[in-house]
Design a protein around this ligand. Structure first.
Ligand SMILES: O=c1[nH]c(=O)c2[nH]c(=O)[nH]c2[nH]1
Length: 307
């Protein structure tokens, strides 16, 4: 909401960034569960007087926001998804404080995974995985909701079934055409759910946690293709599009997908001295790089909601 202040348009928000919290749950059989979350809160509220009249009486202190993260984590006696926790927090801020009209909550979950020892899942032992589950939730006082989930740091690589041909060639072009190369990327994905009010989201416990795992499987499955034969990728662009399309076709409650897929080049190694070849490239020795890298991103959304 823009305000007129001293003859200017004025917009403001305040919040607490990077509040770290971990929550452990124990079940009756002695099995432990843990989540570690990094929570950022931003509140849109009527507190302009703090800016232009030195009057803090409408301010929710950011320290209070931080404490609320711990208090709400304590109140969650059953394990819940990172999305449900973000919605719960955002709902709290918009309903508890008359001044707050919109709450934006972003959370990144650290990938603690149960460890297996001697082939058996450990009751209370975890190791850190790689990619991270993210969410962003926007809740209005009315109960209107925008719910986005995502994954970041999902590193994928295949050693064949990738090429790049037919691109523009001009006096600046040195890249040879190829039908044989390594394709490597680190996917950042985010997808928007079509639930548009806090009262319409699925009540099934861990619904969004399962969805996250399913979306990751679809993304990776489309990138790689079937285990034996794989699938040919004519470009990062084409593979990205197939991945986004498969997510929308598979999950009716997802209305849009954004994918960022840097092209992490593996350069052929050809080395020779003046009078002898040292390494002749035969699709075997590469120089891996991440700088510079291609940057390819796109957003795919439905015209109409499927729900
Ligand atoms: O899949 C690719 N897409 C590009 O746009 C591109 N550009 C480039 O140099 N190599 C590649 N590979």
């Amino acid at each position: 909401m823009a305000n007129k202040v001293d003859g200017f348009n004025f917009e403001q928000r305040h919040g607490k960034a990077r509040v770290r919290v971990a929550r452990v749950w124990r079940n009756r059989d002695g099995r432990h569960f843990i989540v570690e979350w990094n929570v950022s809160i931003s509140l849109l509220s009527n507190c302009v007087a703090a800016y232009d009249r030195d009057d803090n009486s409408d301010i929710v202190a950011t320290d209070t926001m931080k404490n609320t993260v711990y208090a709400k984590a304590k109140e969650c006696t059953e394990q819940l998804s990172v999305e449900d926790f973000a919605v719960l927090l955002a709902k709290h801020f918009t309903s508890y404080y008359q001044q707050v009209y919109t709450a934006i909550v972003k959370i990144v979950e650290k990938p603690w995974e149960r460890i297996s020892v001697d082939g058996q899942p450990h009751e209370h032992g975890f190791k850190l995985g790689s990619e991270r589950h993210t969410t962003e939730v926007i809740v209005e006082k009315s109960g209107a909701l925008k719910l986005t989930s995502g994954v970041e740091g999902l590193a994928l690589l295949k050693t064949t079934k990738s090429g790049f041909e037919g691109f523009i060639r001009d006096k600046y072009t040195a890249l040879p055409e190829t039908r044989e190369r390594i394709l490597a990327t680190e996917v950042t994905a985010s997808w928007r759910y079509s639930y548009e009010s806090v009262s319409s989201i699925p009540q099934k416990p861990l619904y969004f946690a399962e969805r996250y795992l399913d979306v990751k499987i679809v993304l990776a499955g489309t990138f790689f293709g079937p285990p034996k034969e794989g699938v040919y990728s004519p470009s990062v662009q084409s593979t990205l599009f197939q991945m986004a399309k498969t997510v929308l076709n598979r999950f009716p409650d997802i209305s849009s997908v954004q994918l960022k897929m840097p092209n992490l080049h593996f350069l052929p190694v050809n080395l020779s001295s003046k009078n002898n070849g040292i390494v002749k490239f035969e699709d075997d020795v590469y120089l891996p790089t991440d700088e510079p890298h291609g940057s390819i991103e796109a957003n795919l959304s439905r015209f109409w909601s499927k729900l």
